[in-house]
Design a protein. Structure first.
Lengths: 206, 576
């Protein structure tokens, strides 16, 4: 039975980690905030679904650069992995490794934003502005910019949040191995990543 | 556990940090209270102007009319009328009732009643108030624009709320104000939910919380989930108005391409229906507690009341379509929404029966908080029953967009919530300000509110049943509605009377604030945690975090031998 084997697992290193499996007040609040934030994305995606399903809609792949955005998605997913490595490095009190992974994560977010800016410029050049679309239904471009833009603001917020915590980490806030605040940051960053996978699927791929 | 939560912080000393940017939940509650009373006055004055127009169309508004509308000699013109009912609804819902029940009582009661020293996030709490203040400022500023404030109804349906229907910037500022208020509400909600989950005093399980806290907690949950959806909706509307998109524009009103006006109604009511429960749940909670306290009996079926309030909260998320029966929905959908809506009657009937069970054979004390609570029981009963007419598709098709709807939602959202709010103010005023309110004036205020209030809202039900549409500037241009003029005059006279009696409240409030008798620590003889503290409590509330040993409604226990008929939550339950 599962119960019997948990006893055998007791010497596992996670079991000695006082913070493992405990939600601090801040972490709980972040979860609640993420539900809130998920609902605001739901509002936009719902509007998108209704508009798209009831009218003439261009095929996204004909007008959006899937390859470039696919690469951006890859970068963002990688930055989620490096975020986990930040927390892991903190847990092992490996200061230099923590700071390095922090920089990798921040770079991932910045590259994503850079690609998005480049993409927007390119699309505007091809006749796709916030209110007008040269090759079909205007709502195609309006919903595209609205939803990806709203997500882009989240990435920007995440990058600023990461930079603040990076500075705090440099000043030694996490040298004692208490990674609670980093986990809260990580929650937000993974959420931004997860939402992007949904947005990418619905806006670009489907 | 990260430190800093529930610790004693030093009391602020400067005026600025003590009263303006205070982190203290008690001060923030009072800030919200003043904010709410101010906007109640503004919204109430707007209501009087609307009522005047409906009873005496074309006649100048008395006394202050010439001052407010010099160009027309005091007569309220049609466009101003539309602006008035729009802003009356917006102000009363978002700027008066929400800050009163959720802002003031939420902030004041949650930490005190669960035995915490403050909210989980005091800074967030302070920001929540100042975002609300900013939002109120934006809304008030819109009144001074050349084309006036928003005039598309509080629901702001496109195409009324698009640039074609409302060319002025008032509607744009309305969207912005609602968005900023949404940020404030979300901050508050995250804070309240976290506080209730984590900072309950040792020994206090969820069912040992007073029902007031239950109501406020469920409200915060609904706020956290659904306010962001409204945020998304008004953001899209804002884009339509400012950047030329066509999310909600259709047909000839769209310059190119076309969106879907009904989509806004969906997004709005996904939020809007939970919103009515956001407003009423705290009042239900307060009333459930007060009925028990002033009947000197334990709350009948307190657990069932909490569970049925939870059930209503869950069901409220599934019924929004009943606001949209007339938008050519598929009959399959209307039937489903109707069935779900009717299901809400079951949990509502459970806690309503519990209220009656609580006062049954109680030794009732008719103090002012109790009078107002009984008032809620009465008006909420009427409001709930008239809801059935509107939740049923067949009758709703006739009653939709009539004054019957206005009467119904005023009974539930305005009358019940306002009376619940007054009950709360009279009940917690001694704790908040350390002084008693004048009981005689409170009773005059109650009857002066209760009787005209029913004149107003029952009259509305009658004229609505008679076919009078809401939002028409002068309904009496239609011959068939001319016979409704006398009832409309009755409604307006009731409204003026009710307005006048609110002066009694304001006078009592202000007088008691400075000159009221000093309040003892427990003037009502009830046992919830906040009454173990001096009135008003010290900055950090509890010197030592209390340990809870019994439920909140231990009144009238025959085994009590110490001369009291109640026991504090910190005392072991006395058994025979």
């Amino acid at each position: 039975m599962a119960h019997a084997s948990t006893g055998a697992l007791a010497p596992h290193p996670e079991r000695n980690d006082a913070q493992f499996g405990k939600a601090s007040i801040g972490k709980l609040a972040m979860w609640i905030f993420l539900i809130t934030d998920a609902m605001s994305f739901s509002g936009f995606l719902l509007a998108y679904a209704v508009l798209r399903s009831t009218m003439d809609w261009p095929h996204p792949a004909d007008h959006l650069g899937i390859n470039l955005s696919g690469f951006a998605t890859f970068i963002l997913v990688c930055s989620s992995v490096s975020m986990v490595l930040v927390i892991d490095a903190c847990k092992h009190k490996n200061r230099q490794s923590m700071l390095n992974w922090f920089l990798v994560t921040i770079a991932g977010g910045v590259i994503f934003l850079g690609i998005q800016v480049y993409e927007y410029q390119h699309l505007v050049h091809l006749g796709m502005t916030f209110s007008q679309f040269a090759h079909g239904n205007n709502l195609f471009s309006s919903t595209f910019y609205m939803i990806t833009g709203f997500h882009g603001l989240h990435v920007l917020t995440g990058v600023i949040y990461l930079i603040c915590e990076y500075i705090a980490a440099r000043r030694g806030r996490y040298d004692n191995g208490n990674y609670d605040r980093l986990e809260i940051l990580g929650l937000f960053w993974h959420f931004v990543d997860l939402v992007w996978i949904l947005v990418f699927t619905f806006i670009y791929l489907v | 556990m990260s430190g800093g939560f529930n610790e004693i912080h030093e009391a602020p000393t400067t005026f600025w940090s003590k009263y303006i940017v205070s982190y203290d939940h008690k001060v923030i509650a009072k800030q919200f209270l003043w904010y709410a009373i101010f906007f109640l006055g503004v919204g109430g004055m707007m209501a009087l102007m609307i009522r005047w127009t409906l009873a005496y169309p074309g006649q100048p508004f008395p006394i202050i009319g010439k001052l407010l509308l010099p160009s027309t000699g005091g007569v309220i013109p049609p466009d101003t009328y539309a602006m008035l009912f729009t802003l009356h609804g917006t102000i009363m819902i978002f700027y008066a009732i929400t800050p009163l029940l959720i802002g003031a009582f939420g902030n004041y009661c949650i930490p005190l009643m669960i035995g915490a020293r403050d909210m989980a996030f005091p800074l967030l709490n302070m920001l929540s108030f100042w975002f609300a203040a900013l939002s109120g400022l934006i809304l008030l500023a819109s009144l001074f624009l050349p084309l006036g404030g928003a005039a598309g109804g509080w629901t702001s349906y496109p195409t009324l709320s698009t640039l074609i229907g409302s060319p002025g910037d008032g509607q744009t500022l309305w969207c912005l104000a609602i968005f900023v208020l949404g940020i404030s509400s979300t901050m508050g909600a995250v804070n309240y939910i976290t506080t209730v989950i984590t900072l309950r005093a040792p020994g206090m399980g969820y069912f040992d919380m007073p029902l007031t806290v239950w109501g406020l907690w469920l409200t915060a949950i609904l706020n956290a989930i659904f306010v962001p959806v409204l945020g998304a909706g008004v953001m899209l509307l804002l884009m339509d108005r400012m950047f030329g998109t066509t999310f909600f524009l259709a047909g000839a009103s769209a310059t190119a391409g076309s969106g879907d006006p009904v989509l806004f109604q969906h997004v709005f009511w996904i939020f809007g229906h939970p919103e009515v429960y956001i407003l009423i749940l705290p009042a239900w909670g307060i009333v459930s507690d007060l009925l028990s306290f002033f009947s000197r009996k334990p709350a009948f079926g307190a657990k069932a009341t909490a569970m049925s309030m939870t059930a209503v909260t869950i069901l409220s998320t599934l019924v929004y379509g009943h606001h949209m029966f007339t938008t050519q929905m598929s009959p399959l959908l209307t039937q489903s929404f109707m069935t779900l809506t009717m299901t809400i009657s079951i949990p509502s009937a459970i806690f309503f029966a519990n209220w009656l069970g609580t006062i049954w054979k109680g030794s009732i004390r008719f103090d002012s908080p109790m009078l107002f609570s009984l008032g809620v029981v009465f008006v909420f009963g009427l409001g709930g029953l008239t809801g059935l007419h509107l939740g049923t598709v067949t009758t709703d098709l006739y009653l939709h967009d009539t004054y019957f709807v206005v009467g119904h939602f005023h009974y539930t959202m305005a009358a019940s919530v306002l009376l619940g709010g007054y009950a709360g103010i009279y009940f917690w005023f001694p704790k908040m300000f350390g002084r008693m309110m004048n009981e005689m004036m409170a009773k005059i205020h109650f009857w002066g509110t209760m009787i005209p209030l029913n004149g107003i809202f029952f009259g509305m039900l009658m004229v609505g049943y008679g076919g009078m549409h809401r939002r028409i500037y002068n309904p009496f241009v239609y011959d068939s509605l001319k016979r409704l003029i006398p009832i409309n005059e009755m409604i307006t006279i009731s409204a003026i009377l009710m307005g006048l009696f609110q002066i009694v409240f304001v006078a009592n409030f202000l007088y008691s604030l400075w000159k009221g008798a000093k309040a003892p620590s427990n003037p009502w003889n009830v046992g919830t945690l906040e009454w173990t503290l001096p009135s008003p409590p010290v900055h950090h509330n509890y010197d030592e975090i209390p340990v809870v040993k019994c439920g909140p409604h231990e009144l009238g226990n025959p085994n009590l031998k110490n001369g009291r008929d109640f026991q504090y939550q910190t005392e072991e339950l006395v058994k025979g």
